[in-house]
Ligand binder design. Structure first.
Ligand code: IPT
Length: 877
């Protein structure tokens, strides 16, 4: 027998979707602890009339899996249930929610609506045991008219929520499967003669069109300035009837596709964006207002100007923040059927006429709810839902309904129904080809011509999984070079790890039989919202005011579309202000500035937008020949527990994948070459892996110079080598009781970590951190913490200070654990500090790339030296 939640249909008993409006009419939030009963199957045996007074309680909004009922589960593409639409497994966890409601006495006349902003995945509503309606569309608002059900006294509101339903087949976004009433619920008074819906279209030129279903009055704001992410000018519009006044914060802006350009207010619109999910490590997709405010503040602080609401409309409060603080939004419909891909897209609902009503309903609910948001500059049909008639119909409907916003959908590869060409994770070459209008042709010449003439965006790029992404500056250079390229959105804003028992968990940690591991932790923010080095890198790369050097000239580029630089302070590191005339939007200025050294920052409201340095070339330490010495037992205050050749790194998650333009991952290349299992020869000079004849020859020479010790290391690759090396250098194991508290000071790039393809956010100087602070606690432990261009470093423990000077600038990573421990641990909290400080000194390291989903490390960032000489001087400071 088919259950109700397996019937493919739009909500039943629901009201037509409408705009989100602030109103003088009454609103009664129902967010609170509700009575709650959970059943592992759909048949709960509970009566909708039963107020459940003896049951447990659960916060609304929340997910029941995060309150001890059932478990979170993570899959990326695959469905965690058989692909048998519209059927779902018998094991269908179900929550019964109850609360008493009462119509406020001062809500005279009119109607009372019950509004749900997000219920995952299918639910049914009763009042006093009488059915009101049923709905799915987890991340979409739905309203029911409950006027006739309310008695004026205490009424029993019952909501039954099933985890799985037909709707699950179109909600296969790459995220945790989490259920329940996870966004707000409210009762709304709708007075007779009120304003149920409103549509305001406000253009750059000050034009204003107000459409309402009833005659309304309003007055036009005077002297308006255009809205943009740079200057989010909002105006309060009040619209009234005798019965009600509603207000909206409107922004005057026009978005337009003009040939191959995307324009906002007539100027180039270039997305420097991120993909953002509603996610919080403690509360899942039930996200507090504070969390959303914090996210927006962090985005603005990191120069981000755009958000794709991957892959569903966000909590409506988030959009109001984007309006207010200035972020361009691609609002995406709650539609993803990616799990049909592994079965060859057979049965994909996107092309099944039985699903047409469900598809259209979802599109309408998004567009109608969010149509007044100035921040929303594009509608997206969904993500990874293949292609089919239902998506084409959604595009047609949206285009008719809203002529003011372009339509986006990445999987419409031929751009049959969309207004912008969109790609995910293109390689640099492909992106460049598109920039030049030189992408491979489509079979149909007319279609090809049209697509080739459209602006292009990367709806996803720069996969921020683990340590990375590397190579962002190279993407930016391509975007800068071609006006057709309207920027892109990093995948993704924040890690989705869930905090349980003090540990950040990912796929598989909840006993899921099928899961996709750590693919759910691929954000620019660590789960506690600490910006990762990847976010700092992105901020530096996309900076609106960019400083570069061109020979003796300082070049200042103003990349804002609407803002001149008069509020930006250009200054020398010494504090001396540089006299720079205001630079107009989208133009640049050159200052002849041959000074050597040079260190200039561009600062806005105390925040560094860009920094450029010309450092005097490192002077190699004068090395006199000293007295030959044997390997010491002690280096300064530290007993020397080990000195080894160092050619390995705990693979990053990007190292584990080949990338879209390669066939073998770096990790597999390195393991095949035996870099992880080199065996020293009896004399300690030759290091080769078992069964192979390629390795390294190492020669150490120690000498004494008064109080200083000098170490020279010659390393030569033996045999046939074609692969890039993770690193090439030596590792010292220094014994100390509290390695994490050791103070690590260095002259070089910092304070953050850096790699050859991720070094835009660091600057040359003297930096100091504790060893513990110098680690990046990626959720999945992996290589991190490299410091580049280091001339010297100091390690200070309570028993003294060791200083290490290099003959040449080197790479340094100092850790309270070994690379092996880093590689073995699967969660950050499994790493424990012992009594050894590991000091990795390398002539070179390989970059990061974005191969977990995107291109491999570029050749320019691969370290391939075959012979190096390192020289270090150790002194007690
Ligand atoms: C892409 C998805 O759109 C996104 O949701 C996420 O899963 C990402 O992959 C990987 O983290 S789709 C993929 C086929 C590129």
């Amino acid at each position: 027998m088919t259950s109700q939640f397996e019937i493919v249909e739009p909500p039943v008993g629901a009201l037509p979707p409408r705009a989100r409006l602030r109103s003088t009419a009454g609103v009664l939030p129902l967010d609170a602890r509700w009575q709650f009963f959970w059943s592992p199957t759909a048949d709960t045996g509970k009566d909708p009339a039963d107020p459940g007074l003896s049951w447990d309680t659960l916060p609304v909004p929340s997910h029941w899996q995060l309150h001890g009922y059932g478990s979170p589960a993570y899959t990326n593409v695959r469905f965690p249930f058989p692909v048998d639409p519209p059927h779902v497994p018998a094991q269908n966890p179900t929550g019964e929610y109850r609360r008493m409601i009462r119509r406020p006495a001062d809500w005279r006349g009119g109607r009372v609506l019950l509004r749900f902003d997000g219920v995952d995945s299918w639910f049914q509503v009763w009042v006093n045991g009488a059915e009101v309606g049923r709905a799915s569309g987890s991340r979409l608002t739905v309203e029911f008219d409950v006027t006739g059900h309310l008695t004026g006294g205490d009424d029993v509101l019952a909501v039954r929520v099933h985890q799985w339903s037909f709707g699950s087949y179109v909600e296969d976004q790459d995220q945790w499967w989490l259920s329940g009433i996870f966004r707000s619920v409210a009762l709304l008074h709708r007075p007779e003669g009120g304003i149920d819906d409103l549509w305001v279209v406000a253009g750059t030129d000050g034009s204003l069109e107000v459409t309402a279903p009833v005659p309304v009055s309003w007055s036009r704001p005077e002297d308006v300035q255009p809205w943009s992410a740079e200057k989010p000018a909002l105006y309060r519009l009040q619209v009234s009837t005798a019965a009600e006044t509603v207000s909206l914060d409107i922004g005057f802006r026009t978005v337009r596709v003009d040939g191959d350009r995307l324009l906002l207010n007539g100027k180039p619109l270039v997305f420097r964006g991120v993909n953002r999910h509603d996610i919080d490590a403690r509360t899942g997709r039930a996200v507090s207002r504070e969390r959303m405010e914090h996210d927006v503040a962090l985005m603005k602080q990191h120069n981000i100007n755009a958000v794709r609401t991957s892959h569903y409309p966000p909590d409506p409060y988030f959009l109001s923040l984007c309006d207010r603080h200035g972020l361009y939004v691609i609002d995406e419909c709650d539609l993803e059927t990616h799990g049909f891909q592994p079965v060859g897209w057979r049965g994909n609902p996107s092309d099944d006429p039985d699903w047409a009503g469900v598809y259209l309903d979802r599109m309408r609910r998004m567009v109608e709810r969010d149509k007044n948001a100035p921040s929303v500059v594009m509608w997206s049909l969904g993500n990874e839902a293949g292609w089919g008639r239902n998506l084409a119909a959604n595009a047609r409907w949206a285009r008719e309904r809203d002529t003011t916003r372009p339509i986006h959908y990445e999987a419409d590869e031929e751009c049959e129904s969309v207004d912008v060409y969109s790609r995910m994770y293109p390689t640099y070459d492909k992106l460049e080809a598109i920039g030049r209008h030189a992408e491979p042709a489509l079979a149909d010449p007319a279609r090809d011509r049209r697509r080739r003439g459209l602006p292009m965006i990367m709806c996803e790029y720069g996969h921020a999984m683990g340590n990375g992404p590397g190579g962002l500056a190279d993407y930016e250079a391509v975007i800068d070079a071609y006006p057709r390229l309207a920027g892109g959105f990093i995948w993704e804003w924040a890690d989705h790890a869930l905090l349980r028992d003090g540990s950040y968990r990912y796929g598989g940690d909840f006993g899921e039989p099928i899961h996709d591991g750590s693919f759910v932790v691929d954000g620019l923010l660590l789960p506690d919202r600490t910006p990762s080095p990847g976010l700092l890198e992105y901020a530096a790369v996309i900076t609106p005011v960019r400083l570069t050097l061109d020979g003796p000239d300082l070049v200042i580029e103003n990349r804002w579309s609407f803002t001149a630089t008069e509020d930006v302070v250009f200054a020398h590191a010494s504090g001396e202000i540089l006299d720079v005339p205001p630079i107009a939007p989208l133009s640049s200025h050159r200052v002849h500035h041959p000074a050597q050294p040079l260190d200039i920052t561009a600062t806005l409201d105390g925040r560094v937008l860009s920094r450029v340095q010309r450092t005097s070339s490192a002077v190699a330490a004068v090395v006199e020949t000293g007295r030959p010495a044997t390997r010491p037992d002690q280096l300064g205050p530290f007993p020397l527990a080990g000195l080894t050749l160092d050619t390995w790194r705990a693979p990053t998650e990007n190292d584990r994948f080949p990338g879209w333009d390669a066939t073998v991952s770096l990790e597999n290349q390195w393991r095949a070459a035996g870099l992880d299992r080199l065996l020293p020869s009896a004399d300690g000079r030759r290091h080769l892996p078992a069964g192979l004849d390629s390795g390294f020859e190492v020669d150490y020479r120690w000498s004494e110079h008064g109080n200083a010790l000098r170490l020279e290391v010659d390393i030569e690759r033996l045999g046939e080598w074609r692969l890039p090396l993770p690193r090439l250098g030596v590792a010292l194991a220094l014994r100390t009781p509290d390695p994490g508290s050791t103070v690590f000071e260095w002259l070089g790039l910092g304070p953050g970590e850096s790699y050859p393809d991720s070094r835009a956010a660091v600057w040359h100087g003297q930096h100091r951190l504790t060893v513990r602070e110098a680690q990046t606690p990626y959720v999945v432990p992996q290589e991190n913490g490299n410091r580049s261009d280091v001339s010297w470093l100091r390690l200070r423990s309570p028993s003294g200070t060791l200083r290490i000077d290099g003959d040449e600038p080197f790479n340094a990573a100092v850790r309270p654990w070994s690379a092996t421990a880093l590689e073995t641990a699967r969660h950050a909290d499994e790493l424990t500090e012992g009594d050894v400080l590991w000091v990795h000194l390398a002539a070179g390291v390989t970059g990061l790339g974005s191969a977990s989903c995107g291109p491999a490390v570029r050749p320019s960032a691969q370290y391939r030296a075959s012979r190096v000489r390192l020289g270090f001087v150790f002194t007690v400071d």
